[in-house]
Design a protein. Structure first.
Length: 102
């Protein structure tokens, strides 16, 4: 999938959700309805397929950002959290772009 057609690449203008944070490496999008209401996804700004392609600078930045993203979710008093990656279709990845549900 090219970045032009990828719903998680910001330049495609296909993203469905509200961006609450964005920098050079990551952005956080929150969903207003559906199964993930008030939950969100941490998404790489760089079009990569899996987290195995995340470079050291991106990992460092993500480590610093996780508490900020958790605080955004905490505003909605969640019952719990789920952090993880589905990698490749067999494991449930349905969009060819590295993203992390939170």
């Amino acid at each position: 999938m090219s970045a032009k057609l990828c719903p998680f690449c910001l330049e495609s203008n296909l993203l469905n959700g509200k961006i609450l944070y964005q920098d050079d490496f990551w952005y956080y999008v929150q969903f207003e309805d559906g199964e993930l209401a008030h939950g969100g996804m941490i998404i790489t700004t760089r079009h990569i397929l899996t987290p195995f392609e995340i470079n050291e600078a991106e990992w460092r930045k993500l480590h610093r950002l996780l508490p900020k993203f958790k605080a955004l979710i905490d505003e909605h008093d969640p019952d719990g959290y789920n952090l993880g990656w589905n990698i490749y279709p067999t494991a449930g990845q349905n969009i060819a772009h590295a993203q992390r549900p939170i």
